[in-house]
Design a protein around this ligand. Structure first.
Ligand SMILES: *[C@@H]1O[C@H](CO)[C@@H](O)[C@H](O)[C@H]1NC(C)=O
Ligand SMILES: *[C@@H]1O[C@H](CO)[C@@H](O)[C@H](O)[C@H]1NC(C)=O
Ligand SMILES: *[C@@H]1O[C@H](CO)[C@@H](O)[C@H](O)[C@H]1NC(C)=O
Ligand SMILES: *[C@@H]1O[C@H](CO)[C@@H](O)[C@H](O)[C@H]1NC(C)=O
Ligand SMILES: *[C@@H]1O[C@H](CO)[C@@H](O)[C@H](O)[C@H]1NC(C)=O
Ligand SMILES: *[C@@H]1O[C@H](CO)[C@@H](O)[C@H](O)[C@H]1NC(C)=O
Length: 388
């Protein structure tokens, strides 16, 4: 299909609520372009690079050379000529710092595999994982020294897709690495999943010493939507490159099927998901439908279906969520740019991980943790509508 035809097809599905002045671009490139006009900070931290990946996905699908070279330059600017990642300490251990490795690998691969500085930067992150502190079962600590022995669902997203993509490019026969990647998911699934709801709690402490740790499982008490969003996206991304011949593949696929079922059952009639997803807390005082996880689940469902990992019926779940997002979370400004709303600033297992803590965290506008995943989801929706 020609690009013009694709764009035309997209315009016909644009909800009438969004017949806004500048609604001439698909949502993915529209939000990407709007973000550029805001000149977001660009650094090696994960939030910047979730936005960068969103812009990259939009640019690639719509063959927008302006956007693509912009984001390529953003990524290149994070690495010195000798391959050092600016502002990163190789002796610090935080899974959040690993995420940018996906961006390095994407441009190293898509631009012809000749950019040595990006490869050097990715290799430094991979070597960091070799020295990384682990709990007694082999799970990466979320961060050293702040979160000893703790695994958070968020961390599975921050490190596993990079670890898997790196392995697929440079060490495809390294069974130890593939087993290690699967192990991270095995531990999280075993310790944080509620077998009735198929939803996973935010994290677990293998030492069971954190104030919030369940005395039997070590799990934290609540299902926080963004953590679960990161987790399901991580499964979809890792399964794109994980070898089917490794027994871990079937387990990861089972984890994805399980959590996809739980998340679908927890979808609100509005199409979105509650900040705290434990079913008895739907509609509880302080709880609300939050946008970042809604974007993540939508992306995971659409990409999961497109790549044959999930049943096609999940497209209905994703479509409902997508309509909610374009109606409620995407705001058309008077100058024709888009803003992204309704994303909670943070959720952490730093304190008591109580319900009051989670629902008391403020929302932030144009938060990359939601806007980036919305660009991911919009690209998948546009691909689907274009007949992919
Ligand atoms: C491509 O991106 C540029 C820069 O963001 C934007 O101005 C332009 O409208 C986009 N074009 C298309 C066809 O998406
Ligand atoms: C690499 O380059 C950066 C920035 O120019 C510099 O700070 C750093 O010391 C260099 N590292 C090595 C190992 O040469
Ligand atoms: C294989 O992966 C393991 C685990 O990450 C690592 O320790 C080892 O160095 C890797 N081996 C090779 C040959 O790359
Ligand atoms: C599983 O979730 C249900 C609904 O939130 C809850 O009532 C039950 O106590 C949970 N089970 C465990 C073992 O945590
Ligand atoms: C458009 O308006 C928004 C909201 O006021 C503002 O943040 C943004 O910088 C403006 N963009 C342009 C290109 O004027
Ligand atoms: C469309 O958006 C641009 C900024 O991106 C703005 O300058 C222009 O005024 C908008 N057009 C209309 C009709 O609102």
């Amino acid at each position: 299909m020609h690009l013009e035809a694709v764009l035309l097809a997209l315009l016909t599905v644009t909800p009438t609520a969004f017949a806004a002045p500048n609604a001439t671009l698909p949502y993915s490139t529209w939000l990407a372009t709007s973000f550029l006009s805001k000149k977001p900070v660009n650094n090696n931290h994960y939030v910047s690079n979730v936005i960068n990946e969103g812009i990259q996905k939009a640019a690639t699908l719509h063959k927008n050379a302006t956007l693509l070279s912009f984001v390529s330059n953003q990524i290149s600017s994070l690495v010195a000529e000798n391959g050092t990642i600016k502002g990163w300490n190789p002796k610090a251990y935080s899974l959040d710092d690993i995420r940018v490795g996906n961006n390095f690998l994407y441009f190293w691969d898509s631009e012809g595999r000749t950019n040595e500085k990006l490869k050097t930067a990715a290799t430094a992150l991979r070597q960091n994982l070799d020295r990384y502190p682990r709990n007694p079962s082999g799970g990466f600590w979320h961060r050293d020294p702040t979160y000893p022995n703790q695994m958070w669902l968020d961390g599975l997203y921050m490190a596993s897709p990079f670890y898997a993509t790196y392995t697929s490019y440079f060490e495809p026969t390294n069974t130890t690495a593939w087993n290690d990647i699967a192990l991270q998911f095995d531990l999280i699934h075993a310790h944080t999943r509620n077998t009735t709801t198929n939803l996973l709690y935010h994290g677990y402490d293998e030492s069971k010493t954190a104030v919030w740790a369940d005395p039997d499982t070590g799990a934290s008490p609540y299902v926080w939507n963004r953590a679960l969003g990161w987790y399901i996206v991580a499964l979809v991304e890792v399964l794109q490159v994980f070898p089917q011949s490794n027994p871990g593949y079937a387990r990861l696929k089972e984890y994805l099927t399980t959590v996809a079922d739980g998340v679908k059952k927890a979808q609100d009639t509005s199409g979105g998901w509650w900040l705290i997803m434990d079913p008895e807390l739907a509609g509880a005082e302080g709880n609300y439908i939050e946008s970042s996880a809604t974007a993540m689940f939508t992306y995971a469902y659409l990409k999961g279906v497109r790549t044959g990992l999930l049943d096609k019926a999940y497209r209905d779940t994703a479509s409902k969520a997508y309509s909610l997002m374009t109606d409620k979370f995407v705001k058309v400004e008077t100058n024709g740019t888009l803003s992204w709303e309704g994303t909670v600033e943070v959720g952490s297992l730093k304190g008591d991980a109580s319900y009051e803590y989670y629902v008391g965290v403020p929302l932030s506008e144009n938060d990359g943790k939601g806007a980036g995943p919305f660009m991911f989801a919009a690209t998948e929706m546009e691909l689907w509508k274009a007949g992919a």
